[in-house]
Design a protein. Structure first.
Length: 532
């Protein structure tokens, strides 16, 4: 039975998905929450937030993510970084999943991905869990109700957590599967309740489609100066490096916290909401994000709470360190309504350096920017992926290798061309450790990071003296209002300078070893910028 609002000529049945139970199309938040509560999928928290757990899977499962290898994708996918599935296995997987779905209720949201109508993707998400539909309404951009009458999905995602894949029959690795067939314009997700798979599945599509249009897809947050959308900034970074926290600056207008595009018209948000980590979230350090955790409809994922008072425990990571909240963008008071801004005046590359070597901020040349963008150095944060229980240094090209289906140079060259065309200033910001490596040193003070970013974004940091870093060759400011000068020279923060030198040499070698894979594909000036 069809319930809700949908284009009558583009239902699931028109897509060959038949014999389902009730199908709830484009329900609004109150109705979705009613259905989720009725089905025992979670509980109502303070302020009407929705409290839920994702079971076994509390993070993404990158090893279970596959792309179908076809004649179309043969030469365009970065297969060294991508698990492949045959068309034949995908067809069997699809048939088995559709058979499994028969007689069951499903929830459908027809959504836009992309604030710029010229480059958006019209996507349909069909979920077994009602609360996943609530999550989706936060994460993507909602059409006007009248637009649903003519909505035609370009891609469809089917998310069925109760379906278990058969590795031998379906050509996958385990009972969990995330399989994308770009020719069929279909993504199938089975045996995981982690809602982030919905979001990142669509992000992968945008990362594949947009470069062909000359648009740079970016795994990063963005904001602009209050009242001046021309003065915008992009913050690249993996989960846990501070994209959400640092872009939610009360003195600037937030575009979004995770996924953006850069076209010849400027930058635009892909999403309609935010998906923020909540571990150690505090009203003092992050008041805007903290406030969303007690707002109506915010999805509170994998957080421990008092069963009597419903108070959330922001320090208890017994379920996962990757506990999160998902909320619509307009829950942030200074969020952009349009999701659009001009070409970025500043580009910030965020890294969480577990070695304690990198300075809190450094200014990069365009060649250095491409080098650090392709390197994508950071530390994996506990809980972001299954099996990661403590911070680990890693290189994730483009600050998002798991989401980049094309070769890294495609995105690197796009970035470099746009920096050259629009004159963006690039900065590398370390939100990781200082005074020693992880386990010995301390986390970079967020007040210092905010002060340095403010000075970079308002242009005042360009007016101070810089020194050349002896390890990486980039420029490091020697002073900044509100920041202790010792913090700007990481070597001075260590108890023993010789220990710092040894650690720095180790990190330089790691960078060099990692970057060898890109040497055949880059220009000489980027090679020269590699180290010093």
């Amino acid at each position: 039975m069809i319930k809700g609002r949908v284009n009558p000529s583009h239902t699931l049945e028109d897509q060959g998905i038949t014999e389902l139970g009730n199908v709830f199309y484009n329900y609004l938040e109150p109705s979705i929450i009613e259905e989720a509560l009725k089905r025992g999928e979670g509980h109502l928290g303070q302020g009407g937030a929705f409290l839920c757990e994702t079971g076994e899977f509390t993070g993404r499962s990158p090893k279970d993510k596959f792309t179908v290898r076809t004649a179309t994708t043969e030469d365009s996918i970065w297969w060294e970084n991508t698990n492949e599935m045959s068309p034949e296995h995908f067809e069997v997987l699809k048939a088995d999943m559709l058979e499994h779905m028969k007689g069951r209720d499903y929830f459908v949201q027809d959504m836009f991905c992309g604030a710029d109508a010229a480059h958006r993707l019209d996507v349909r998400l069909c979920t077994e869990l009602a609360w996943h539909n609530l999550f989706i309404r936060h994460m993507f951009r909602c059409p006007e109700r009248g637009e649903l009458d003519s909505f035609t999905p370009e891609f469809t995602v089917i998310n069925c957590p109760s379906f278990k894949a058969d590795p031998e029959r379906h050509g996958c690795r385990s009972e969990t599967v995330i399989a994308a067939n770009l020719d069929a314009k279909l993504i199938l997700i089975g045996n995981t309740q982690y809602a982030g798979e919905n979001k990142k599945g669509i992000f992968g599509l945008m990362n594949y489609l947009l470069p062909e249009k000359g648009v740079m897809p970016m795994h990063g947050s963005a904001n602009h100066a209050a009242g001046n959308a021309v003065d915008s900034a992009v913050f690249f970074g993996l989960s846990g490096t501070g994209k959400t926290t640092l872009s939610a600056d009360p003195d600037r207008t937030l575009l979004g916290d995770d996924e953006h595009g850069w076209s010849d018209r400027g930058i635009f948000n892909f999403e309609g909401g935010c998906y923020a980590k909540t571990i150690s979230l505090s009203p003092e350090a992050e008041p805007e994000i903290y406030a969303t955790t007690s707002m109506f409809g915010t999805v509170i994922e994998n957080m421990v709470y008092d069963e009597e008072t419903l108070d959330l425990d922001f320090e208890d990571d017994s379920l996962t360190a990757n506990m999160r909240c998902a909320y619509p963008l307009d829950y942030i008071p200074n969020a952009s309504k349009s999701g659009l801004a001009g070409h970025p005046k500043n580009i910030i590359m965020l890294t969480c350096d577990a070695f304690g070597v990198l300075p809190p901020i450094a200014r990069l040349t365009p060649a250095q920017a491409m080098y650090h963008f392709l390197s994508g150095f950071t530390a994996k944060v506990a809980g972001t992926e299954r099996g990661v229980t403590e911070s680990q240094p890693t290189f994730s090209t483009c600050f998002g290798a798991p989401f980049m289906p094309r070769r890294p140079e495609v995105y690197g060259n796009l970035l470099r061309e746009k920096i050259a065309q629009y004159g963006s200033t690039c900065w590398l910001v370390n939100t990781g450790w200082t005074g020693g490596a992880y386990g010995t040193g301390s986390r970079m003070p967020i007040k210092a990071t905010r002060a340095l970013l403010t000075a970079a974004l308002d242009g005042s940091l360009n007016n101070v003296e810089f020194r050349k870093d002896p390890n990486f060759g980039f420029e490091v400011p020697t002073e900044c209002n509100g920041v202790a000068s010792i913090l700007l020279d990481p070597r001075r923060t260590w108890d023993e300078a010789t220990a710092y030198d040894a650690q720095a040499a180790k990190l330089v070698e790691m960078f060099s070893d990692n970057f060898e894979q890109y040497l055949p594909y880059i220009d000489e000036d980027v090679k020269a910028a590699a180290i010093g």
